[in-house]
Design a protein around this ligand. Structure first.
Ligand code: NAI
Length: 215
């Protein structure tokens, strides 16, 4: 089949489908129609069909989709059938919270190493992983088949650390530092700004209040 360019909007909806289908599968649901999935997820059935049509439709036959198959196929599209080794740079509050989160492993993301420039943190144990000094980062990345780096450091050091990571073979950066990183083509960066969704929440609270005041 010819490789088709899938829009980022569709890709960004896949994890949510994956999550819902995982729950349905765990509940023992075998088949689901796009209508039922639509009611559950509060998106239109036509959106679901359009999204799935990007990948050949996932063979909806007779009554609905086979949940297990759909879950597996979407997982494959997201690359979750492969293991990805990741490291965390910045062993502060956020870095340690992410390192301590168990569920990444369930999705195939394996926590391998943690680094910090603060000597006082070196040797600290975060879920079986000892914090290492920054000087060891390059060697570690090369020797341990690391493809994702999580940046939980302030923006001042982020660009330099990203450059060092990329030069040593990192393929993707999950960036929590508040800076837009300049990386070469082919390196994937996903910026996370938790406060964005908080601001959205604040906007929506305001909208709701204004509507109520009008009524
Ligand atoms: P923290 O101060 O507890 O931890 C930061 C750690 O990074 C410290 O251990 C420090 O020694 C280390 N560090 C600083 N510069 C470094 C460098 N160049 N190389 C290696 N290690 C370095 O801070 P916290 O709360 O863990 O937050 C980390 C960063 O993430 C902050 O800059 C904060 O602005 C950002 N942040 C971003 C969020 C988001 O949604 N994107 C949410 C929360 C924090």
């Amino acid at each position: 089949m010819e490789e088709k360019e899938i829009s980022q909007a569709v890709i960004s909806r896949l994890p949510r489908y994956f999550r819902y289908l995982g729950e349905l599968k765990d509940e023992g649901v075998e088949r689901i129609s796009s209508q039922e999935l639509s009611e559950l997820m509060k998106v239109t059935a036509s959106q679901i069909r359009q999204d799935f049509n990007n990948f050949g439709g996932f063979g909806q036959q007779g009554y609905g989709y086979n949940v297990e198959y759909l879950y597996r196929e979407i997982g494959k599209i997201l690359g979750l059938d492969e293991k990805h080794n990741f490291i965390i740079i910045g062993a502060g509050n956020l870095g340690q919270a992410l390192g301590n989160y168990l569920n990444f492993e369930r999705r195939g993301f394996i926590f391998r190493g943690m680094f910090d420039k603060n000597p006082a943190l070196v040797g600290k144990d975060v879920r079986g992983v000892k914090v290492m000094p920054m000087e060891e980062m390059e060697r570690f990345v090369k020797e341990n088949d690391i493809d994702i780096a999580v940046l939980t450091i302030p923006k001042s050091g982020a660009e330099e650390v990203a450059e060092r990571l990329v030069a040593n073979g990192i393929r993707a950066i999950w960036n929590f530092a508040h800076v837009d990183l300049n990386v070469p083509e082919g390196i994937q960066v996903e910026n996370v700004h938790l406060s964005d969704s908080l601001m959205k929440l604040s906007y929506n609270i305001g909208c709701y209040k204004r509507e109520k005041d009008k009524a």
